[in-house]
Each structure stands twice: as C-alpha cells, then as structure tokens.
Design a protein around this ligand. Structure first.
Ligand SMILES: [Zn+2]
Length: 171
C-alpha cells in the first residue's frame, strides 16, 4: 500500500496513480519503493549466501604444504561439506559427518615415487584431535592422478572446527 502525497488516500501497491485524485505516483515514491525492494533482495541474497556457506565447509580444511612437497604430490580440488549419509549415531541420535573430496597429483610426471596415504585429522575448538581417517594410494597402480573421498565424524559435526589434510608416505 502507498499513501497519495496529494490527497492522502491509500492505494494498492500495483496502482500507478491515485484512485481518488488520479495523481501519478511521484518519482520519490517510486524511488522509495525501489529502495525497499532492493533491500529485500539484498537480504534474500545474504540469507542464500549464508546457507551456502553452512553447506560448504572447505574453509575449515588446512593443508600442510611441507608434507605435500616432501611426498612429491599436490592436493587439489579440495572440497568439504556436511554429509548426511554418515550412518553415525551418538547416544542413539543420528549424526552427520563431514565429507572431504579431493585429488592427488604427482608434482612431476605421472607416478608416485612411494605409496602414500592422504590423512584427514579433525580437531575441535580446544585443539583436541577428535577424529582421524585416511585413504591409501598404491604407487604400483597409480597413474596420472587419483581422487579420494574421506568421511570424518563419530562426534557431533559442529564440534569439528579444523581438519588438517596431508599426504603421508607408507601404509
Ligand atoms: Zn490522491
């Protein structure tokens, strides 16, 4: 609804002129409505961005470049998100985990110099290591690059504030 600035009558939102005095909506009224609409759109965008941020946990991943250099590989395409299919229960309550996807690339050539595993260590805000998991890559069968998908959990997912992800030589 908008009030006519000429006669004060109330008019419907979609009316382009006053139903009583027939005066067209003043430029400033249009501008004011535009501002409200723009603000609402901005708020919607912020809410969507926040929801997307909650779904994307890539920001809590911490790479250890030195470990990557040492093992002659590079981790790429890393992505972390809440995983609803973890199957974990805590005190009888279903609890989701965090899924981490990524790729392992040799720094040079197409093969690994040694078999290695990619380790994901999950920490809480007190710095306690609350979950660790890994994925093994066999140097004999490795070619080019390889992908991995790790699941960390078994604790309330919200407790996990940081996940270190790094390669380690050996089984
Ligand atoms: Zn009017």
């Amino acid at each position: 609804m908008w009030n006519c600035e000429n006669c004060g009558s109330r008019n419907w939102d979609n009316a382009i002129s006053c139903h009583k005095c027939n005066r067209a909506i003043a430029e400033q009224q249009l501008a004011a409505r535009k501002t409200v609409e723009t603000k609402a759109a901005a708020e919607r965008q912020t809410a969507e961005a926040e929801a997307a941020r909650a779904r994307d946990l890539t920001r809590i991943l911490e790479r250890l470049e030195v470990f990557e250099e040492r093992t002659g590989v590079r981790l790429d395409a890393l992505y972390a998100k809440p995983d609803g299919n973890s199957g974990w229960t805590i005190n009888g309550n279903f609890e989701s985990g965090i899924r981490i996807n990524g790729e392992v690339h040799p720094r040079e050539g197409t093969s690994l110099t040694k078999s290695l595993k990619v380790v994901a260590d999950a920490y809480d805000d007190l710095g306690r290591l609350i979950c660790t998991t890994d994925h093994f890559f066999n140097a004999e069968t490795f070619f080019g690059f390889a992908t991995f998908s790790l699941l960390v959990g078994g604790v309330p997912t919200k407790q996990i504030t940081k996940i270190r992800i790094y390669p380690k030589v050996g089984w």
